[in-house]
Design a protein. Structure first.
Lengths: 289, 99
């Protein structure tokens, strides 16, 4: 086996450069702050593409190009494409959800799905073994627990949008508004490709967001709908409106969101169910799991 | 009599004994190479820290106000996240302020 000292020296040099260029940013608070701000010393814009996940939540290829949302395998909760509600309507505070078409979990969430078949035991007199008679099968609520971290204004606004999405999805359309009288909306669960969570229609049965005491909270400007001089609504940073500054929110730098989604299927779609076709995977396009 | 450094906003202002004359504003020219920047949470109310990170001198905190007089009325409390400002390059400051 040959021993190439030059090659080893080159590799050590590359490791040293990597440490200087990357780890050094962590050790130097000034560089770390500028990195977050996307600036360089001297007042220049940092043109080196950093991973878009630092700011944007939309999926991007390694060269920074956006790819279709269908290719995003992350777990996503969305509303129907033609529903016209929440971020699909006048988005307001949910504007950050538009580019991801709903709420995505930036870190791999913990998901628990239970499938059950219930049987009623009948115990004939003087018998050793009860007889079981089938009642029904059920897909029980899907429990999802995911972490969110906030290091930038954009990430904070995304977390806020997620919170408002789940808050809203647990409520009925009550009082006024064009949808008044309707129950909470059906949401759709996607994730991990086409076969595991295939656009499952669900209703949100519980939502928990934990605001921990042991983490830092950072202040972000709130996104909200304002009215411009022509009377048209627009969404902007609060600090850039004539109303002035002040509408800010503090969000935790680390928090956890837990939701329970109960799969629901319309009677019409249930009528088309075929177990053999389901077993072949041919009913995935209808959201059956 | 104390003298103000070239990085001070009072460098051009005259002095009478221990008193300052009416402040002479040190304006920063607007050039096309200025970088537009939306203030991040890490620099909230801290123009001095941004000046230190960019130029290595926290006493240049006032250059952001001077470059963005219509946006930053208050040098500290208008420096909040979401606010959009223009940042001059260090070369411009060196040439303008004689650093």
């Amino acid at each position: 086996m040959s021993f190439n000292l030059g090659s080893i020296t080159d590799r050590i040099g590359k490791v040293t450069d990597f440490v200087k260029n990357n780890i050094g940013d962590v050790l130097d608070p000034s560089k770390a702050r500028l990195s977050i701000a996307g600036l360089l010393k001297g007042g220049r814009r940092n043109t080196i593409k950093t991973p878009e996940t630092r700011v944007g939540f939309a999926i991007a290829s390694p060269d920074g190009e956006r790819v279709p949302i269908e290719s995003d395998w992350r777990v996503r909760v969305s509303v129907g494409p033609s529903s016209g509600i929440f971020y699909r309507g006048d988005a307001g505070i949910m504007t950050p959800l538009i580019e991801t078409d709903g709420v995505i979990f930036p870190y791999t969430p913990s998901i628990t799905t239970s499938y059950s078949a219930s049987y009623s035991p009948q115990k004939p007199t003087h018998s050793n073994y009860p007889a079981y008679f089938y009642d029904a099968s059920e897909v029980q609520a899907i429990n999802i627990s995911g972490d969110y971290t906030v290091q930038t204004v954009a990430e904070g606004q995304y977390l806020l949008a997620c919170i408002y999405f789940f808050r809203s999805a647990s409520k009925m359309f009550y009082g006024t508004g064009q949808h008044a009288g309707n129950p909470p909306p059906v949401v759709f669960l996607n994730g991990y490709g086409t076969s595991l969570l295939p656009n499952v229609p669900c209703v949100l049965t519980s939502f928990t967001h934990t605001l921990a005491a042991e983490v830092d909270y950072i202040e972000i400007p709130s996104l909200f709908g304002t009215v411009d001089q022509d009377g048209a609504e627009q969404t902007t940073f609060s600090g850039q409106t004539t109303a002035g500054k002040g509408r800010t929110t503090r969000v935790p730098t680390a928090s956890q969101i837990q939701i329970s989604l109960q799969p629901v299927y319309s009677r019409k779609s249930i009528a088309t169910f075929d177990l053999e076709e389901f077993a072949k995977g041919n009913l995935l396009d209808k959201g059956f799991i | 009599m104390a003298t103000y450094s070239k990085s001070s906003p009072y460098f051009s202002t005259g002095q009478f004994g221990q008193f300052l004359d009416v402040m002479e504003y040190r304006s920063i020219p607007k050039v096309a190479s200025d970088v537009e920047y939306i203030i991040d949470a890490v620099y909230k109310y801290r123009p001095d820290m941004l000046a230190y990170d960019l130029y290595g001198d926290s006493s240049l905190w006032w250059v952001f106000v001077s470059r963005n007089p219509n946006t930053l009325k208050d040098p500290v409390f208008d420096f909040y996240p979401g606010q959009s400002i223009f940042i001059p390059k260090k070369e411009i400051l060196v040439a303008t302020l004689g650093l």
